[in-house]
Write a protein that binds this ligand. Structure first.
Ligand code: FES
Ligand code: FES
Length: 168
């Protein structure tokens, strides 16, 4: 099978039909930024961004329940793929500035879900009044055992409001 991982083409042969995307990322690709916690689709710590085809917005995807074989031809972005040219992504900077995380375990999931939200807003900007609801829709089901919810929301709101073209 073949897919794109953080901008690079990956070919795998043979493919283990029982392997999850999370196991592949962490154990085979060495990308341990994507976390594993509940393993049963509840906490969303394992969220990555998956784009079905070029031009479509990436969707937040729980890697713990996604079989690797389901990624044929798709493009996956993990937290390791966010920084470009040594520069952190604006969301990463905002998470740091707002002290959004403590242990950090939930951070990559929050990052990748909000990364997908930014991409959606680029195509379909929303009014400033709707920002809070959009953030809640994007990350409201993510669990942070360190209870950094307010600071995560603050950081995401800051990036949305400061990035031209995301709000109208
Ligand atoms: S590890 Fe909890 S949803 Fe995937
Ligand atoms: S920062 Fe520790 S679980 Fe969220």
């Amino acid at each position: 099978m073949q897919f794109i991982l953080n901008g690079k083409t990956v070919k795998i042969d043979p493919v283990d039909p029982t392997q999850t995307l999370n196991d592949y990322l962490r154990e085979d690709a060495g990308l341990t930024g994507t976390k594993i916690c509940c393993g049963i689709a509840v906490c969303r710590a394992c969220t990555v961004a998956v784009q079905d085809s070029p031009g479509l917005t990436p969707e937040p995807t729980r890697s713990c329940i996604t079989p690797l074989v389901a990624l044929e031809g798709k493009s996956i972005t993990t937290v390791e793929g966010l920084a470009k040219g040594g520069e952190l992504h604006p969301l990463q900077k905002a998470f740091l500035e707002n002290f959004s995380f403590q242990c950090g375990y939930s951070g990559p999931g929050f990052l990748m879900a909000s990364y997908c939200l930014l991409d959606r807003l680029r195509l379909k900007p929303i009014s400033k009044d709707d920002v809070e609801g959009a953030i809640q829709d994007a990350v409201g089901q993510h669990i942070c055992r360190c209870t950094g919810y307010v600071r995560y929301h603050n950081a995401i709101r800051q990036v949305i409001l400061q990035t031209p073209g995301l709000t109208i």
